[in-house]
Design a protein around this ligand. Structure first.
Ligand code: GLY
Ligand code: MN
Ligand code: MN
Length: 465
């Protein structure tokens, strides 16, 4: 059995929740889901809310929390299981490990549901079971209501800032992620395809007995924001955009992006844009401290990007005015980042309840609507800072965009930057009592430092492989 956070940490988390609500809570862990036939299954990932309070990724389990006490519901493995899966701990052993106050078979859960709140899981098998047992619809795509909403808000307030045990895990995920990115950079001179670079990066994560916290993006087409294809060959003029993060065995995530030149040296146009994205990244991190509005961090990135694009002759106008009409979002169409924790977009299963301070809703503006976090920052929060520049054909070739921004974009000048399809620089930033700490700072991010660790290769050597 894997090592969990110590039971004092888990007890403390349960007590914090108990201080906020006065009704029982049932949290399901989720089912193991088959691929095409029952014996061949997808890797199991427990619900993050379950993991936070139970501390172990137990499949087909549930916990009941009330007044700081935990009852565990799980079935013992059938006798035949030892043949296929080896000896597994039994219910009592698991209960002791997580500091449960009682442990019962799953069938007894039904008698302990009265007045209980819950949170919907994403997998249909579990939310169907949740709905049947609780006699009301528990649907992941619908905002929670009544006591379920109260529970969601209470859990958010507990999970929004990280305790010491969580930070130990988050630092481990960050460290392995840094190693993975270094391996990706080191593999580039001899790699023929995106897939080979991805393999080098994920090999590090797997070798540390971790998993990826989301599907890796390792691509020469960084302009496709969630690109998950790895078949392209990598050529000397290309930039590799790698957005890869590790997740510890207890489920804590990292989320890091670096962009580097395949040849070992940025072209002058790539370098101009890279330095601009880095300037936005650095300005945002310099501004982070308790009390600062995350939206203002986003707007700062937008302003730095607009100023830089004006300086480069790509945009025309007053940078502040350009931001107000969302011109920055033509090239930086996503938010500056998000919460990070057990989920890579932490607690996004609850829609915007976690990301948005109560009473706030998404802006309808193109340049603000994709912002996933709109709260004042507090010590113990972990966020990403991930500005980017992309030439997205779906945006830049859109007839409406072209007519609205016709006079603002210098298209001829933009064409000179054709070798910059997508650049993003993403780090994981902890808000501290008086500023911030970048958990992923061991990974170089200046163009100069990246070029230094990336041996240059000649086109000929690359082609000859
Ligand atoms: N890796 C997903 C993101 O950066 O938000
Ligand atoms: Mn991210
Ligand atoms: Mn990312």
């Amino acid at each position: 059995m894997i090592k969990t956070s110590n039971s004092q940490t888990l007890h403390h988390r349960r007590q914090k929740l108990a201080n906020l609500i006065n009704f029982p809570v049932i949290l399901w862990s989720g089912n193991i889901n088959p691929r095409n036939f029952p014996a061949n299954v997808y890797p199991f990932r427990a619900s993050s809310h379950f993991l936070y309070f139970a501390g172990l990724p137990l499949p087909n389990a549930a916990i009941r929390l009330e007044a700081g006490k935990l009852e565990l519901f799980i079935d013992n493995p059938p006798p035949s299981s030892a043949l296929w899966h080896g000896e597994m701990p039994n219910r009592e052993q698991i209960a002791e490990k997580i500091g449960a106050n009682a442990a019962r078979p799953m069938a007894e859960l039904e008698s302990r549901l009265e007045g209980a709140a819950t949170i919907a899981l994403q997998d249909a098998a579990t939310w169907t079971q949740q709905s049947q047992l609780l006699h009301r619809w528990i649907l992941p795509q619908q905002p929670p209501q009544g006591i379920d909403l109260e529970l969601a808000k209470a859990i958010i307030s507990v999970r929004l800032t990280h305790d010491a045990a969580a930070l130990v895990e988050l630092r481990k995920a960050a460290a392995v992620t840094v190693k993975a990115h270094k391996a990706g950079i080191a593999a580039t001179p001899t790699a023929k395809s995106e897939a080979e670079i991805r393999a080098a990066m994920e090999a590090v994560i797997i070798a540390d007995n971790m998993t990826t916290s989301y599907n890796s993006i390792v691509t020469v087409h960084g302009e496709v924001l969630h690109n998950q294809q790895y078949h392209h060959l990598v050529n000397p003029g290309d930039l590799i955009l790698a957005d890869v993060g590790a997740e510890t065995q207890l489920g804590w995530a990292a989320d890091v992006t670096r962009t580097w030149p395949v040849s070992g040296k940025f072209s002058s146009t790539q370098r101009d844009i890279y330095d601009l994205v880095l300037a936005a990244h650095d300005a945002c991190i310099a501004k982070i401290c308790p009390g600062v509005e995350y939206e203002d961090i986003h707007l700062l990135a937008a302003t730095v990007m607009a100023e830089g694009l004006v300086d480069l002759g790509i945009l025309q106008g007053n940078p502040q005015d350009l931001v107000e009409i969302d011109a920055h979002a033509l090239f930086f169409p996503h938010g500056i980042g998000h919460l990070l924790g057990l989920d890579v977009h932490d607690m996004e299963d609850l829609g915007d309840l976690a990301g948005y301070e109560e009473g706030r809703t998404r802006s309808k503006r193109f340049g603000l609507g994709y912002l996933r976090l709109h709260r004042p920052l507090r010590p113990g929060m972990l966020v990403t800072i991930e500005p980017g520049f992309y030439q997205v054909p779906a945006i830049l070739n859109d007839a409406h965009v072209r007519s609205k921004y016709e006079k603002i974009i210098n298209w001829q000048r933009l064409a000179e930057f054709a070798d910059v399809r997508g650049i993003r620089i993403e780090d994981d930033v902890l808000i501290t009592d008086n500023g911030s700490e970048v958990l992923t700072s061991e990974l170089p991010n200046t163009a100069k430092d990246i070029e230094e660790i990336l041996p240059q290769i000649s086109h000929a050597a690359k082609v000859m492989g």
